[in-house]
Design a protein around this ligand. Structure first.
Ligand SMILES: *Cc1c(COP(=O)(O)O)cnc(C)c1O
Length: 423
């Protein structure tokens, strides 16, 4: 299958006149169509809500688009909570799913009325000691242990994951929370990541729905919501087929009707905390080939590096690359496509078959809308790129400027850096 970018070479050549490469660019039309389809797929559930996982892409311009469709924010840190508050997204529109949580973050989350999702049994006491009370609505993160296998063999390993309560801790935790006056309980679990299979959510839903029924029956607690969290994957590789969100929504509905409705629990709201699925495919990293190197291998050197997109270096993740303007040219050259870090793993692709690349060619690195810019760092003193939004009318809006040396050195004011560097 030919995996094509959402912009053409001609558009990019126009954009670079104003905004030099590298930059991440996002597709407003794609983001909107996808969030509409998600809402539609879960419209059967009255309380359904998507809390966008802010960590996947903390750009307020993009999150505001999702917020137009009723999406809230799933935050995991102080700065994510602050960003959410600055966008006017507060109260029950915020899910605080953190772990190893510092006290001040619980305080801030409680002050803005966020729904707190506890990661650990000991956090019940820690939260009460920190904020002085236990909120009436609270969620706990569940970890069943073992391995979690989806039909087509995709597995993850909850037993190895640092997150969540064990089954026994969850029962005891709910009993304690009920004692402490909690009225509305939520159950959250994130058992597998980037699963490109329509079966994942329905399977996870069954585990959580059955658990919810048993907790309600044993403890008489009111389960108000079940949070299926993130994990729906995207097809990074051209041969992968994308998930069908309508099928996923219907799959969850079927389990809901089979498990929750007969138990008299037809008022349970379904929540999701999707990150990758909401943004991943609707972002691309545009970079220029600035060098070619012929040694033991053939290298193309780009003006972007792992600082702009860390997933290949960090996980060996595949990101598809299109040489703009050469979409239909034969892929008859084998390259390592590299960045400039003094790290041999700074390669966007290894032994990748691509059309012949010349200096000045623009490369579109696909699927950088989630965990792309967001994971960036400043190793080697490299600066983070700009972010642009390709609007529905074809115009381009700068939604985050590129970093400058001044930004990079900002924390060295104790060295009187501004005067010494003569910016
Ligand atoms: C990362 C994360 C998500 C989002 O995961 P995706 O795979 O991007 O959908 C949701 N919830 C929590 C708690 C997370 O840590």
């Amino acid at each position: 299958m030919n995996k094509l970018p959402f912009i053409t070479k001609e558009q990019v050549e126009n954009i670079v006149k104003e905004y030099p490469t590298p930059f991440h660019i996002y597709d407003e039309k794609g983001i909107r169509e996808n969030v509409k389809a998600l809402k539609d797929a879960f419209s059967w559930n009255k309380g359904y809500k998507e809390y966008f996982a802010v960590k996947a892409n903390p750009n307020p311009h993009l999150i505001s688009i999702l917020n137009e469709y009723g999406c809230g924010c799933d935050c995991s840190s102080l700065t994510e909570l602050m960003l959410s508050k600055a966008m006017g997204i507060t109260g029950s529109n915020v899910m605080f799913s953190s772990n190893t949580t510092p006290a001040e973050e619980f305080k801030f989350a409680a002050e803005m009325g966020a729904t707190i999702n506890l990661d650990d049994f000991t956090h019940i006491q820690f939260l009460e000691d920190t904020i002085g009370y236990i909120p009436e609505t609270i969620s706990c993160r569940y970890n069943p242990g073992g391995v979690f296998e989806v039909c087509n063999g995709i597995m993850d390993n909850p037993g190895d994951a640092k997150y969540g309560f064990t089954p026994a801790q969850l029962r005891e935790g709910f009993a304690i929370l009920k004692e402490k006056g909690v009225k509305n309980f939520g159950i959250h679990a994130f058992l597998a990541s980037n699963v490109v299979a329509n079966e994942y959510y329905p399977m996870l839903a069954r585990v959580l729905f059955e658990l919810a029924v048993s907790l309600k029956e044993e403890l008489g607690v009111h389960i108000a919501f079940i949070n299926l969290s993130g994990g729906i994957g995207i097809p990074y590789r051209p041969e992968q087929e994308k998930c069908d969100i309508k099928t996923i929504g219907e799959g969850v509905r079927k389990v809901y009707e089979e498990v929750l409705v007969p138990a008299g629990m037809d008022d349970v709201a379904i929540y999701t905390e999707l990150g990758r699925f909401m943004m991943g495919p609707y972002g691309g990293l545009v970079t220029t080939a600035i060098h070619e190197k012929h040694t033991h291998k053939e290298y193309i050197g780009c003006d972007a590096c792992a600082v702009n997109l860390m997933r290949p270096a960090m996980y060996g993740a595949y990101h598809h690359i299109t040489v703009l303007g050469k979409e239909n040219a034969p892929c008859d050259h084998k390259y390592d496509v590299t960045g400039s870090l003094c790290e041999n793993n700074d390669k966007f692709a290894i032994d990748r078959m691509l059309p012949a690349i010349e200096k000045g060619d623009r490369l579109f690195i696909h699927d950088t809308g989630a965990h792309g810019y967001a994971m960036g760092y400043n190793y080697n003193g490299k600066l983070k790129s700009a972010e642009l939004l390709l609007k529905e009318d074809g115009s381009v809006q700068l939604i985050r400027r590129a970093e400058t040396p001044r930004d990079y050195y900002a924390t060295l004011d104790c060295f009187d850096i501004y005067n010494k560097m003569n910016f």
